[in-house]
Ligand binder design. Structure first.
Ligand code: ZN
Ligand code: ZN
Length: 357
């Protein structure tokens, strides 16, 4: 919290408001305070931080936070307004993408002269970009639980089952392995559905000879994992092997080039050029990867428009893919931690073309 307090001046604000509601969660609120409840406001001034929540969270707020004032109230917006008024905070910084128009309207109505200052996106995005050793442990745990669940699921027969049945098997194993649940809706995209980069498991039945993209992640103590494998049911065709190899080679070239100081755009370019040289350039439809932490998608963004360089402590995915309409797709995704001694792959599934029954 101290790191934020010392920056208020730089943003030209008297206070910052972090706000979480059931529908609009501020991950930074959780990150900065440790509070995991769904409804809370945190006001940070140069000298104090105040957590405002309701009676449901009285015990939890005390247990999860330290060094903050905790206020339990019935009307949160009223309490926030009163607190800001009493401290004469007239310039209020907030997370533009995490605050509803409704809340802003209520606050400006209740606090005459209040000026709202949206905090810089870079500042907010970079707050959690380098992980602590404790965070790395949690992400690693999530990655191992998820990889084990995937390995186990792919041992059973896929042919003749619905994609949604495979997803259900996998998700049950996440829970059994100690995860809190899924990090995002599981993607099982078989046959032509594999051409949809976000083909969530459907009731389509998996057939022999099809490619199956399995993109999965679980959550452990709030932290996500994210990994993708591609399987073939039975024997693979020459074309399927060629497409897989193009993605595999791009994936490996990126892992070889991963080091501190390399630009995120440069890494994306390595993958894009490799796939292009293999003749599939126009089928690589998304960025190379993204950071992973309390959110499944967070900074850094490894894409043609990404900014910045890799730094020690970052955790991110490397996930090139090829998606051919009416045919299918291949994506291979590894979860990578950049440690002081180089990249460490936290996800554990092999990235070869996995043959399943
Ligand atoms: Zn993924
Ligand atoms: Zn991903």
């Amino acid at each position: 919290m101290f790191q934020i307090q010392s920056k208020l001046d730089r943003f030209g604000v008297d206070a910052i408001l972090f706000n979480s509601s059931e529908v609009l969660v501020s991950t930074n609120l959780r990150y900065l305070t440790g509070f995991t409840g769904s409804d809370a406001s945190v006001i940070v001034t140069p000298t104090e931080s105040i957590l405002i929540t309701d009676g449901r969270y009285k015990t939890q707020a005390k247990e999860e936070t330290s060094g903050m004032r905790i206020r339990i109230v019935r009307n949160r917006v009223e309490a926030v307004a009163r607190t800001l008024r009493s401290r004469r905070s007239s310039r209020l910084g907030l997370e533009a993408s995490r605050v509803s128009h409704e809340l802003v309207a209520q606050l400006t109505k209740k606090i005459p002269g209040l000026k709202i200052v949206p905090l810089s996106r870079d500042f907010l995005e970079n707050l959690r970009i380098r992980k602590t050793p404790e965070e790395i442990e949690k992400i690693k745990k999530a990655a191992v639980i998820a990889s084990n669940a995937c390995r186990e699921t792919l041992r059973s027969r896929l042919e003749g089952k619905r994609e949604s049945d495979i997803a259900a098997d996998l998700e049950l194993l996440f829970r059994r392995g100690g995860a809190e649940g899924i990090a995002f809706p599981t993607i099982i995209a078989s046959g032509p559905r594999g051409a949809l980069p976000h083909g969530m498991a459907s009731d389509k039945v998996i057939k022999s000879g099809e490619l199956v993209v399995v993109d999965f992640g679980c959550r452990f103590e709030g932290y996500s994992s994210d990994e993708t494998v591609t399987c073939v049911v039975g024997r693979s065709s020459e074309e399927q092997k060629r497409i897989h190899k193009a993605v595999y080679d791009a994936h490996m070239k990126v892992l070889d080039a991963t080091k501190e100081g390399i630009g995120v755009r440069e890494l994306d370019k390595i993958a894009r050029q490799s796939i292009d040289q293999d003749g599939y350039g126009k089928y690589f439809l998304h960025g190379l990867g993204h950071g992973v932490g309390l959110e499944t998608h967070e900074a850094p963004y490894l894409s043609p428009r990404g900014r910045g360089v890799l730094q020690e402590g970052m955790v991110f995915t490397v996930e090139p893919g090829i998606y051919i309409e009416d045919y299918g797709g291949v994506r291979l995704e590894s979860l990578v931690y950049l440690s002081g001694s180089g990249p460490e792959v936290l996800s554990e599934m092999p990235k070869n073309l996995i043959s399943v029954n």
